[in-house]
Design a protein around this ligand. Structure first.
Ligand code: NAI
Length: 360
């Protein structure tokens, strides 16, 4: 399979000289992308509902409008609001205000890739999906390093979609590092797979390691520092990205390398691969999206999060952080489900029981 990767030399920002660009949503991605495009010389305005994000945009010196007015005033609209509210906001506030030949840009392939939006046929539809959190999009723009992105053209109404996509990508700063062209759906599948396969498998392995050591009598402070609180793991991850998955092992002692590689064989036969293949199939077929679109899934999500906040590790971590004089963040609080939600969830009570056990 060949892959197309684009860099600064492939794009010409001057084609956007006369365009007004609105950034809808001034959150993680919105703020960074708006600032980067303005610093690249583009004419950027912000459309946002009345909230603190809007105040930040005003403080940063942007002309701000309601979402409807910003879209009306613009040639290019970046839709940078949470994926789960996009369907409604797009239908009610954005689509009715688009004009023929406008360009719409998304930062994730999810809604378009799984056909959840009713797109106007007379617009260009583009994706620039950073492989970087919002704050990193700004920081790596300022350092000149840039960041990787996945980019896509879903609709090319004007015949200029590709040159616009590259110019916008350059202005945001991603072409400094490189942007890979793919489809909206492929971007969404890769993203969901990472979240649903690698993420939870890794989380389970981490928790099992912690519990094995604590149950064996090792002090929680030492265990949590060893397993993740030192930040050594994230440092190792950075080295993997910078110099290579296996090559980075040279930074570890010979004892560490021998131990890790010789014991690796014990995990070889775990049936992880079929679980992951099943997860991938569920995502690709749209089964996951269909499930997440259902109302019952929202109640289920709330209950699972509630269980997750009740896990032993939360209390333990809080105590450890206090003992180590580290700052505690009480951000992961979840209200218990309401009577009405519990009634809805009774239909899947066996499944719910499993989650209760999982998060014990
Ligand atoms: P966010 O959660 O930071 O978005 C906040 C913004 O959305 C605020 O301006 C708020 O006013 C607006 N907003 C929230 N609810 C709204 C509603 N009901 N109606 C209208 N506006 C509403 O969003 P974030 O994380 O920047 O994500 C934006 C897009 O970027 C998404 O498509 C996401 O998948 C994508 N993305 C996000 C990354 C990240 O690091 N957070 C990384 C790569 C892509």
């Amino acid at each position: 399979m060949t892959v197309n990767i684009y860099h600064d030399k492939d794009a010409d920002i001057s084609i956007l000289e006369d365009s007004v660009i609105c950034v809808i949503g001034y959150g993680n991605q919105g703020r960074s992308q708006a600032l980067n495009m303005r610093d690249s010389g583009l004419n950027v305005i912000v459309g946002n509902m009345e909230d603190n994000y809007k105040k930040t945009a005003i403080k940063d010196g942007f002309e701000t409008f309601s979402i409807e007015d910003a879209v009306k005033k613009s040639d290019i609209s970046f839709i940078l609001i949470p994926d789960e509210v996009m369907k409604e906001v797009f239908a009610e506030n954005i689509k009715p205000n688009l004009k023929e030949g406008n360009t719409i840009v998304f930062a994730s392939g999810y809604n378009v890739g799984f056909n959840l939006l009713d797109l106007p046929s007379n617009s260009d539809v583009l994706m620039i999906a950073p492989r970087m959190i919002g704050v990193g999009v700004r920081e790596t723009f300022l350092t000149g390093e840039g960041f990787f992105s996945f980019i896509a053209v879903e609709q090319d109404y004007t015949g200029e979609a590709m040159s616009r996509l590259l110019a916008l990508s350059k202005a945001i700063g991603t072409l400094k590092k490189g942007a890979i062209k793919m489809s909206f759906k492929d971007e969404a599948v890769l993203d969901l797979f990472n979240e649903q396969a690698f993420g939870p498998a890794f989380g389970r392995v981490l928790l099992t390691s912690i519990n094995t050591l604590i149950d064996a009598g090792y002090p929680p402070e030492a265990v949590l520092i060893e397993m993740y609180m030192s930040g050594e793991m994230s440092y190792t991850y950075q080295k993997m990205a910078k110099i290579g998955l296996v090559k980075q092992t040279y930074f570890h002692s010979h004892t560490s390398q021998y131990g890790a590689m010789s014991r690796g064989i014990r995990y070889m036969k775990l049936p992880i691969r079929p679980i992951m293949e099943n997860t991938l199939q569920e995502i690709e077929s749209g089964e996951f999206t269909e499930e997440w679109e259902k109302r019952i899934s929202k109640s289920k999500f709330k209950l699972i999060r509630f269980f997750a906040t009740k896990q032993k590790i939360n209390k333990l971590e809080k105590q450890v952080r206090k003992n180590l004089k580290m700052k505690s963040y009480d951000i992961f609080e979840e209200e218990p489900p309401t009577e009405e939600e519990i009634k809805v969830l009774e239909k899947i009570s066996d499944e719910i029981k499993q989650f209760e056990e999982l998060y014990e």
